[in-house]
Design a protein around this ligand. Structure first.
Ligand code: KIV
Ligand code: ZN
Length: 386
C-alpha cells in the first residue's frame, strides 16, 4: 500500500508574501476553509508578529477551522513565539513554526552572528516553544546552501530540545533534484535522533525545480511537503501544491506514495486563490492552467478524439477541470473541425464540408481565436452558396 505524504499548505503565509498578494482576514478565512475541504494536513495561516491584522487573521483561522493542524511562523525570539502561540492556541491541533538561518551566507551576512550563537539561539527557542505547545517545527533557513555537517548538528540539537518536525528549506531554490534528494537521505543517515521527528521539505522555485525537488525529497524519505496553491510565494514562488499532489497521484504505482488531498477540488481552490490574491494562473500552468487540457494541433486532436489516453496522463475531472477542450486553430485537423461542427449541430454533406473547411482555414489564418459564432458564419456561408 502507498505510504502517505502530508501536505502542509503555506498559501496564507509564504504565498501571501508574493508581491501584491496581501489578503484581508475574511479572504484568508475563506481560503483556509477551502483548504480544509481539500483536506490538506496543515494550514500555515500567517506570520502573527508581522502586523496586528495578520495576528487577528491567524487567530480567527485557528478558532474557526476544523480539520487541519494550524500553524504560524515565528523567528527564534520569544516575542514572536508568544505571538504565534497566542494566535494558534485555540486551534484543535496547534503548531509553532520557528525559522532561523543555517547557511554561513545568512549567518555571517544577514544575522552577523556565528554558528555557535545561532545553534544556541535555535535550541533555546525550540525548548521555550515546547513549554507552550506539543507540536514545534524548526526550519533551518537556507539549508540548501548550508554546510551539511552544521545542518546535521543543528537538527540533532533542536530535536533534543523538543522539535517534533524538522523542515529542510531550499530557501533560494538553488539545489538540483539529485542533490536535494541526497541531502534528505544524508539527514536520515547522519542525524542520530531523526526518528523522533517528521522530516518536512520547503522548496522555492527560482530555477523552476521546486516541485521536482520536493518529489526527490519524498523519494528519499521526507514525509511532509510544504507548498502553495498555484505555486505562489516569495520571488518565483514555492512548490505548487497541485503539481506535487498530482505527481504523486499520477505516478503512485512507481513512487508508492500518496496524499490525502481531494483532487477534484484543486481547480476551484486554485481559482479562489487567484481571485483573492489577484495573481492570475498562467494558461500553460501544469494541472490547473486554462490550457492544461486543451488540444489545438490536428495530430493531437485526432488522437484525443479517438482515445484521450493518447495525449492525456490525467483526467480533467480528477482535478476539477471539467472536460478536455478541442480548440480550433489553423493547426487543427479536419477531424476536430467535423467534431466541433457536430457539437454545434451541423452535419454537412461532403461537398459543403470541403468548402466549409477551406473557409475555416482562411479565417483561422487571420484570427487568433475561432469562436462558435465564427463557425456559424462559415457554415452559413457555404450552405447559402450551396
Ligand atoms: O523559504 C524559507 O526558508 C521559509 C521558511 C520560513 C521555511 O519560508
Ligand atoms: Zn519559503
Amino acid at each position: 500500500m502507498a505510504e502517505k505524504v502530508a501536505i502542509f499548505d503555506t498559501t496564507l503565509r509564504d504565498g501571501e508574501q508574493s508581491p501584491g498578494a496581501s489578503l484581508r482576514t475574511d479572504q484568508k478565512l475563506e481560503i483556509a476553509r477551502q483548504l480544509a475541504r481539500l483536506e490538506v494536513d496543515v494550514v500555515e495561516a500567517g506570520f502573527p508578529c508581522s502586523s496586528p491584522g495578520d495576528f487577528e487573521a491567524v487567530q480567527a483561522i485557528a478558532r474557526q477551522l476544523e480539520g487541519p493542524m494550524v500553524t504560524a511562523l515565528a523567528r527564534a525570539v520569544r516575542s514572536d513565539i508568544d505571538a504565534v502561540w497566542d494566535a494558534v492556541r485555540d486551534a484543535g491541533r496547534p503548531q509553532i513554526h520557528i525559522v532561523l538561518s543555517v547557511s554561513d551566507i545568512h549567518i555571517e551576512r544577514k544575522l552577523r552572528s556565528t554558528r555557535l550563537k545561532v545553534l544556541e539561539r535555535g535550541t533555546e527557542a525550540v525548548a521555550y516553544a515546547r513549554t507552550l505547545c506539543d507540536e514545534v517545527e524548526y526550519s533551518p533557513e537556507d539549508a540548501g546552501r548550508a554546510d551539511p555537517d552544521y545542518l546535521y548538528e543543528t537538527l540533532e540539537r533542536v530535536i533534543d530540545a523538543g522539535a517534533t518536525v524538522v523542515n529542510i528549506p531550499d530557501t533560494t531554490g538553488y539545489t538540483l533534484p539529485g542533490e536535494f534528494g541526497a541531502l534528505i537521505e544524508n539527514v536520515r543517515g547522519h542525524v542520530r535522533n531523526i526518528d523522533r521527528a517528521v522530516i518536512s521539505v520547503h522548496c522555492h522555485n527560482d530555477l523552476g525545480l521546486a516541485s521536482a525537488n520536493s518529489v526527490a525529497a519524498v523519494l528519499s524519505g521526507a514525509r511532509r511537503v510544504e507548498c502553495t496553491m498555484n505555486g505562489i510565494g516569495e520571488r518565483a514562488g514555492n512548490a505548487s501544491l497541485e503539481e506535487v499532489v498530482m505527481i504523486l497521484r499520477t505516478r503512485e504505482r512507481s513512487l508508492g506514495l500518496t496524499t490525502g488531498i481531494r483532487t477534484p477540488l484543486l481547480a476551484e481552490t486554485s481559482a479562489l486563490v487567484a481571485r483573492h490574491t489577484g495573481i492570475a494562473v498562467q494558461l500553460n500552468k501544469a494541472v490547473v492552467g486554462g490550457n492544461a487540457f486543451a488540444h489545438a494541433s490536428g495530430i493531437h486532436q485526432d488522437g484525443v478524439l479517438k482515445d484521450r489516453l493518447t495525449y492525456e496522463i490525467m483526467r480533467p475531472e480528477d482535478v476539477g477541470m471539467g472536460e478536455s477542450r478541442i480548440v480550433l486553430s489553423p493547426r487543427s485537423g479536419r477531424h476536430a473541425f467535423r467534431f466541433r461542427l457536430a457539437e454545434l449541430g451541423y452535419h454537412l454533406p461532403d461537398e459543403a464540408f470541403a468548402r466549409a473547411w477551406e473557409a475555416f482555414l482562411r479565417l483561422a489564418d487571420s484570427k487568433k481565436e475561432i469562436l462558435d459564432r465564427d463557425l456559424e458564419a462559415v457554415v452559413e456561408g457555404v450552405t447559402v452558396k450551396a
